[in-house]
Design a protein around this ligand. Structure first.
Ligand SMILES: [Zn+2]
Length: 277
């Protein structure tokens, strides 16, 4: 599942490739392409100019010269490609936009999604944020992020630290993989309750989530499965640097104890039973 570093990698690449271009046509090819909560039909974006590509947590949107934006969520397997209009249509093509430029020949923006948990929508902006992303808190790379408020929020609760890190309404951007990596780095057990953590420990955890995601961003994201490809069809390289995620049964690189995998929600947590307390 794409997490913040992957979505940010896609956003930055899309921005450099399509910013300033005008949407000439918009088509959808699957009944689930559009989120049922869309506020306008997809046709509303035709004729609009793409001002910028923005993101909050894992929500991405194309800011237009309109009061509404084209919003996209990659879900489990969503991908965007920018390629020549004449290229054959891919099997999992869900959305197709023809973009025109003043100087070069038209190009196509394509939304592909094999597992169809991703979606598009056209939504009003409220202070620059689309309706569906209003409940999402800023991430650690956002100028509006307030670390102290997040720490205080965690300390008021009595939930597992991993559950807290994944709650996108307190702090966004941290998903399953980077939560495991950050908690390993901070030497904190994923099941530890937030009210039992000191302010210092929480500061250490937030420093770890930011460090892990920054490293992944630099590597162009993690291609934890074959679904994730950036806009150029390349996979990220960060998986080579994962220290704990997916390493169950292997030796912890810090203390050589076997990494453990336990059930967490409908997924798993990976941790070192010796150095994470
Ligand atoms: Zn260890």
């Amino acid at each position: 599942m794409p997490e913040l570093p992957e979505v940010e990698t896609v956003r930055a690449q899309l921005s450099s490739k399509i910013r300033g271009k005008k949407i000439k046509s918009a088509q959808k090819f699957h009944p689930r392409t559009m989120n049922p909560r869309t506020e306008h039909n997809l046709d509303a974006v035709i004729g609009a100019q793409i001002i910028e590509v923005r993101r909050r947590g894992k929500y991405m949107w194309f800011e237009l010269n309109r009061p509404f934006a084209l919003v996209a969520h990659l879900g489990m397997s969503g991908q965007f490609y920018v390629q020549p209009v004449k290229d054959p249509r891919q099997k999992h093509l869900r959305g197709l936009f023809e973009l025109k430029t003043a100087t070069s020949s038209p190009i196509s923006l394509r939304f592909l999604d094999q597992r169809t948990f991703g979606w598009l929508s056209v939504e009003q902006l409220h202070d620059g944020i689309p309706t569906s992303a209003l409940h999402i808190a800023p991430d650690q790379f956002d100028s509006r992020f307030n670390a102290q408020a997040v720490i205080e929020n965690y300390r008021r609760r009595r939930i597992q630290i991993k559950t807290a890190l994944l709650n996108q309404e307190i702090m966004s951007g941290v998903g399953n993989i980077y939560a495991d990596e950050a908690l390993w780095k901070a030497k904190i057990k994923p099941t530890k309750l937030t009210n039992k953590l000191s302010e210092k420990e929480l500061q250490k955890i937030l420093a770890a989530t930011k460090a892990v995601m920054s490293a992944a961003l630099k590597a162009g994201g993690t291609s934890f499965d074959t679904q994730y490809r950036n806009v150029n069809g390349e996979s990220g390289y960060f998986e080579r640097r994962l220290r704990v995620y997916g390493r169950d049964g292997l030796a912890c690189v810090r203390c050589r104890t076997k990494i453990k995998k336990i059930a967490f929600a409908n997924r798993h947590s990976h941790f070192c039973p010796k150095c994470q307390r």
